[in-house]
Each structure stands twice: as C-alpha cells, then as structure tokens.
Design a binder for this molecule. Structure first.
Ligand SMILES: *Cc1c(COP(=O)(O)O)cnc(C)c1O
Length: 380
C-alpha cells in the first residue's frame, strides 16, 4: 500500500457507499481506461471473473474450442471449461516465453483441416511481459478468430510501444494481492467497443433487464467490484509507473549478479517488448549448472527464502489430460518449450518493497548454492 488508499476508502465510508458499484468504481474504470489510452472498462470481482465474462462476451459456449496458452496459471483456462467449451493448448516460444506464433498457426491449420474453427484465442502475458502480438494478431486476423488477452501479469508493460492489454478484442487484468498493483482482490475487463462493455456490465450484474420488476432473459453473474476495493485501486494506479521501475531494478540487480553462473538464463526481453519484470524468472540448465531447479528451491527454502517454480503448463496438468496440444516449431522441428521452462524455471523474490540487503541475501544464497554445485567447482 502507498498510504493514499485510505483517503478513497474513508470517502466510501463517509458517504456510506459500502456496496458493489459506486463512485470509486466509476472513477477507477475511467482512470484505468485512460492509462490504457482511452479504452472502455468494466471493473470485476477478480481477474478470473473478467476472463469468464470476456469469453461469454465472445459467445463461447458448450462444444466450442478455445485455443489457450499452455504456459500459464490455471485461472486462464478454467473459465473455458466452466462455459462447457474445450481448451486446445498452444506452446510458448523461447524468445518471450509466451504463445508461440508458429504453434498457433499450426493449431489453426490442423483444426481447420478437420473442419473445426476455434471460437477464440486466449493469449497470456507472463511474468510482466507481453506476448508477441506483432506476429499473433495478423495470424488471428487471417483466420478470423477473436483474441482474449490475459494481461493479469503484464499491467504496465508495453508491446511495440503500446500498453499491454490493448491487443485483444477483449482484455482481462487482475488486482489480486500478488499482482503489481492490488485491490486485495479484483479485476478489470477492457474492450475496444463501448457496446461490449455495456454488455459486460449487464452480464456482471445478474443480466437484469430494464423493467420496473425483476425481469431475466438469460443467465448472468454477480461479478462486479466493490466500491471500497475500487478506492484502493485508484490510489494504487497512481504508483504503477514507480512499481514498474522498481521491479525492473530488482531484475537488473539479479541478472547482473547471477548471469555469469554457468547454466543460468534469465527470461529474455525481445526488442519489441518492455517488460515490467513483475517477477524475476530464470532457468537453471542442470547439465551446465550441476544442480537442478528443485535442488535450488530446496536450498533457498532451508535459508527461509521463498522462491517458486514457474507455472506448470496446462497440457501437463491432470485436470486437462487428453486435451490437444501444439508444440513450438522451429526449422522444421517441434520442441516442447513450455515443458522445459517448467522443468528448469524458477521465480525469485521480487516484491516492490524488497530492500537492498534482502535482495543481497538472496543473491549470496544462490551464489553459495551454485558454487558448491559439481560443474562449477570443476571450472573454478
Ligand atoms: C492472477 C492471474 C489470473 C487470475 O486473476 P485473479 O484476480 O486471481 O482471479 C489469471 N491469469 C493469470 C495469468 C494470472 O496470473
């Protein structure tokens, strides 16, 4: 928290707006939309709710297929199943760790030759970095499939100079406690058209028709944001730029101190991308480092340092066993990139309030663990 959140919360209490919706929600939607370059927005109870609503707005329903990034958190994919549709998972590319354009193209070709057309492509932006929309958008336009952009982890990033979350026909954001800015829990749906946002608000408030009584023609949700929490979001939005700068500094210190360790590779940042470095993520190649990702995680845990493995891809989850999957393709060969990123990937402590001595302790612990690893000892 920055301290200013209390001003907006106090205002909600003073005016007795303790309800879903209210002046803070209206203002938060307006201010958030302005930060994206004047996009219409609808504040939601969570990022997951925004994805569920977004897929509903795109007409996803029973029996439909939705292409979805495999390397992600389960919240991206769950709403597909909740709507009775089936996910088809798409691998990552090594350049950005996000959706592989070559795998996406092959998925569309293979489905098309079987007479199937997906209802949407759900593209996820991981660890503060946008997917390669310069390549992905033309492919989706060519195949006439709308994009739902999961920007839960990439608020504040840019792709080709444009804000992340402005490339999808519909985009979803999250303000969960772990994200770069938070309302404790909450989300946002952004769309190119105001009609779509009007429909999002309608569906998110139980799809109540205009009538003096309670009239309903279709099933809706109770997915709107609380006026108290929107107050927190308004203050948080004002420090987004500082947060991005801080997270990038944290990343820079880690990579400066650890990049020279054999087998350590930090998440790359392609020329078209400006990442927030929401989390500092890297891979440990066990053949070159002489240690594994899991051994490093355990060693850090013993020193009371909480690091995490990267997301386990959806195509490897028991929940999605049997779903179709398209691996990355390069030079005529396919390669399961996301499986590798999961096997070797680790996210380091990256909180915006992390102090320099705290970060130094993490760095020294990693150097200590990895310099004891057999391969490094040989080269030393
Ligand atoms: C956090 C997250 C979500 C879900 O957001 P909630 O607000 O927690 O529901 C969705 N997708 C990704 C990639 C996330 O990291």
């Amino acid at each position: 928290m920055t301290g200013d959140e209390r001003l907006f919360i106090d205002e909600a209490f003073a005016t007795n707006w303790i309800a879903p919706l209210g002046p803070n929600v209206d203002a938060f939607e307006r201010e958030f939309g302005e930060a994206l370059g004047a996009l219409p927005c609808c504040a939601t109870a969570s990022g997951t709710a925004a994805i569920h609503l977004g897929l509903s707005l795109l007409g996803v329903g029973p029996g439909d297929l939705v292409l979805c990034s495999s390397f992600t958190f389960v919240a991206s994919a769950n709403p597909i199943r909740l709507l009775g549709a089936e996910p088809v998972f798409v691998d990552s590319e090594p350049e950005s760790w996000n959706m592989s354009p070559s795998a996406l193209r092959r998925a569309l070709e293979v489905l098309s030759s079987a007479g199937q057309k997906p209802k949407a492509v759900l593209v996820v932006n991981l660890y503060g970095q946008s997917a390669d929309f310069g390549s992905i958008r033309p492919i989706c336009e060519e195949w006439d499939v709308p994009i739902l952009e999961d920007a839960a982890e990439s608020l504040g990033a840019t792709c080709l100079g444009h804000p992340s979350g402005t490339f999808g026909d519909i985009s979803a954001f999250s303000f969960n406690g772990n994200k770069i800015i938070t309302t404790s829990g909450g989300g946002m749906l952004a769309a190119l058209s105001t009609e779509r946002i009007a429909r999002a608000r309608f569906l998110a408030t139980q799809a109540r028709e205009v009538a003096p009584h309670y009239e309903h023609r279709e099933a809706g949700f109770n997915y709107r944001m609380s006026n108290v929490l929107a107050g927190i979001g308004r203050a948080q939005l004002r420090v987004l730029g500082n947060r991005v700068a801080t997270r990038r500094e944290i990343f820079a210190r880690y990579s400066q101190a650890l990049s020279s360790i054999p087998g350590v590779h930090f998440m790359p940042e392609p020329a078209w991308s400006h990442s927030t470095r929401w989390l500092t993520a890297l891979t440990v190649d066990p053949k070159k480092a002489g240690t594994t990702r899991d051994a490093l995680l355990e060693a850090l845990a013993r020193q009371k340092i909480e690091a995490r493995p990267t997301w386990k891809p959806m195509h490897l989850q028991p929940l999605f066993a049997g779903c179709k999957y398209f691996a990355h393709e390069c030079g005529g060969f396919t390669r399961d990139v996301s499986a590798r990123l999961f096997a070797d990937g680790i996210c380091l402590p990256s909180g915006s309030s992390m102090s320099l001595p705290q970060q130094q302790r993490v760095i020294e612990s990693i150097v200590g663990v990895m310099s004891r690893a057999p391969s490094s000892r040989c080269t030393a």
